[in-house]
Design a binder for this molecule. Structure first.
Ligand code: PLP
Length: 380
């Protein structure tokens, strides 16, 4: 959610605006805001003047447009399907599209990560000449693990000059300085709410040469690549949020990192069973994954929530009990181990005193649950 200041600034900017496709003045004011936002995003992601900046309803839609849209366009040109390579730790908005494509005959291969990392070498053997598209996230939303997208893309392009590289870069932008060329990608996905904008807005950035077919058809909006009246308030909020964070990404990242390390040193001092997962140098600065062997993370999560401390565990599911994270399972954790992990995401604005309280509460609840021996054995 945007801060109250940003939200009221955005409301002020869009006050009196109407449909950006209308020719009257309130419509044209809205159009000017949308086009200004496009340029803000372009500069933020380091895209060139002719690259496509396509506003969508969020990263889920942008990922769908990238995968379905690029493959459909390619098929319409060459009639050959081509293989898709991705990873087992992608967000569900990528994995479910790939599963659906696979059900319709596209060959999809998912690279499984090593215990605590994913390396470009793991892709080398998969890059045969029929690979059409590579989709590799820039950083994982559960573990914060940063993936070597640029190196994987370089390997792919060495042998496959026509391969397209897409990266779901939702988690990295705003936390580390990044750009489409730093990722060596042809397409990248970002999401507004991860940058401090309202939720319900995102963007697919596609290099000029990338052929794409729209997945929503109708009006001529977004260069005919995404029909539908633009979400003006969302788009403007994304642009204003980017203007706010872009100049200070390094400082924000450093602040998050220092807070995270402070939290971990306090927590590990007070709770000897806490086990930190993933190397701190290979993860986003705001993310901390901790395993509490023998303790169910959802019990811990609920108890912490009652204390006003929000952490996450696994992935949400219809039953209300989070499923064990597909990401941790892919990294080789057992069902039970995956159910013992909580992830803590910091915004960078936390006070040290708040983190001390959080560490103490987590340690107290962990030792209480550990003494009750609430564990996952036999509870699958
Ligand atoms: N991809 C990643 C890595 C995410 O973390 C998320 C959500 O946070 C999404 C995609 C989906 O984003 P959205 O909610 O904007 O559709």
């Amino acid at each position: 959610m945007p801060s109250a200041d940003l939200a009221s600034h955005v409301f002020e900017l869009v006050r009196g605006c109407l449909n950006p496709s209308s020719l009257h003045r309130p419509g044209q004011r809205a159009r000017a805001l949308v086009e200004e936002a496009r340029e803000v995003v372009r500069s933020f992601v380091g895209a060139e003047r002719k690259d496509k900046i396509i506003f969508t309803s969020g990263a889920t839609e942008a990922n769908s447009l990238a995968l379905y849209g690029a493959l459909a366009a390619r098929q319409s040109i060459s009639a050959k399907l081509g293989r898709v390579i991705s990873t087992m730790i992608e967000h569900h908005s990528v994995l479910e599209v790939l599963q659906e494509l696979s059900g319709r005959g596209t060959k999809v291969e998912l690279v499984s990560p090593a215990a605590a990392a994913i390396s470009s070498d793991q892709f080398a053997s998969k890059l045969s000449e029929d690979v059409a598209l590579l989709s590799v996230m820039a950083a994982n939303n559960e573990t914060g693990l940063v993936l070597p997208v640029a190196e994987i893309a370089r390997l792919a392009r060495e042998n496959l000059p026509k391969v397209l590289v897409h990266s779901d870069a939702v988690q990295i932008f705003g936390r580390l300085r990044c750009s489409i060329s730093a990722l060596n990608a042809d397409m990248l996905t970002i999401s507004g709410h991860k940058l401090g904008a309202f939720s319900g807005v995102g963007c697919l950035v596609a290099r000029e040469h990338v052929p794409l077919l729209p997945q929503l058809r109708g009006g001529p909006q977004e260069g005919r690549l995404r029909a539908g009246t633009e979400n003006l308030i969302g788009i403007v909020s994304m642009s204003e949020a980017i203007k706010q964070i872009a100049p200070t990404i390094e400082q924000r990242g450093q602040a998050m990192l220092e807070l995270r390390e402070h939290l971990w040193s306090s927590l590990s001092r007070q709770c000897k069973i806490a086990k930190r997962l993933f190397s701190q140098s290979e993860t986003l600065p705001n993310t901390l994954s901790v395993q509490f062997p023998g303790i169910r993370s959802d019990d811990l999560l609920v108890a912490l929530d009652l204390k006003g401390i929000s952490v996450s565990a696994g992935s949400a599911c219809a039953s209300g009990r989070p499923d064990p994270s597909h990401v941790l399972l892919a990294h080789g954790f057992s069902n039970q181990e995956a159910r013992e992990v909580i992830r803590i995401s910091l915004s960078g604005s936390e006070e040290l005193a708040q983190l001390e309280i959080a560490a103490r509460e987590i340690a107290t609840l962990a030792s209480f649950n550990s003494s009750k021996n609430i564990n996952c054995k036999g509870a699958e």
